[in-house]
Design a protein around this ligand. Sequence first.
Ligand code: CTP
Length: 398
Amino acid sequence: MLRAKNILIGVTGSIAAYKIPILVRLLKKAGANVQVIMTDAAKNFVTNLSLSTVSNRPVYSDFFSADTGSWNSHIELAEWADLFVIAPLSANSMGKMVSGIADNLLLTTYLSARSKVMFAPAMDLDMYRHPSTNDNIKILVQRGHHIIEPTSGELASGLCGEGRMEEPENIFKVIESYFDKKSLLKGKKVLISAGPTYEAIDPVRFIGNHSSGKMGFALAEEMAGRGAEVYLISGPVSLQTPIGIKKRIDVVSANEMYQLCNQYFSQMDVTIMSAAIADFTPKQIADKKIKKGQGLANIELEPTKDVLLSLGKQKTENQLLVGFALETDQEIANAIKKLDNKNLDFIVLNSMNDKGAGFGVPTNKITIIDKYENAQSFELKTKKEVAVDIIDKIESLL
Ligand code: CTP
């Protein structure tokens, strides 16, 4: 799992730094490439020599290496990393990360990080309990970083309580399970709806929408890649079936989408409704093509059945249900209403006001809102990358 993965370890000034060579050794043994960056304060607790020996690379602390005359680029380091683990994270460095201070190589690399960031706090009991530490941790978690919670026990100060950095063996396990993405979703049954629906007016005409199905298909591909058994129910799209999925079922209308989703739902562990299902359908479908000469002043519409609403009512404790919301105004408030009404675990909000988001385009910009009303906004990304973010969120709830 860790073979050839690039793992950046950031070490800050806390006594727990003396345990980091053990973590580096475990990662190296598992086949990972490990690059260590440390702050000046960290050098009081662990030597450069021990870390460079176990990582088999020079350890970086400064923007320049005086001996080689070379520039240690924080941007290159950040780009190189598949994962950035800051352990131990002192209260001081945590505060700087939160406020965007960039006065050393570790912090500039943090600001340039594109990979997942994990952090393992280590500090004295009272510092850990301080409201500012509490607030800082909340902010880092809201940014999508993963906290490796400290444990309770005897602290270097002689006090006993929370604040001890998690043991290197357990940090290693957290890193391993991050890369073992398949394990949590492996064998899980996942239903994904995708694409538009077409509501027939007569045998040749319909009312439809601009959904291309790309978001749902990207979700299906990513889910299958993580080992899930994927059932994809798709409206009319011109997309190839993603590799590795268990079953694709093509439907046309909102009513068919309703029937099929309800048929499969009870056997599923996870259901993601990304289809843009019509809310209204013609009351009458003409059985013959309506001739121009006949005229068509009005099309009388009736509401379709809300698929998510019906699935939310049947949902059991062991099932996860995810919906989408496309909004043009009061986005967050409207999305939260849908989340509650439809009994969802979280909702993915697309705002029509964001450039590059929505129908037809290869990119999307989302905000994930969970049932505790925590909203996490993501940058504009490709739909494939957005699928990774959504499925990471699902995994975190499994
Ligand atoms: N949805 C559904 N059945 C419908 C319509 C929509 O299951 N008949 C699902 C979509 O797949 C999506 C979510 O409901 O996951 C939200 O769709 P959206 O059109 O944004 O919201 P609506 O519930 O239709 O509400 P409104 O039109 O008032 O915004």
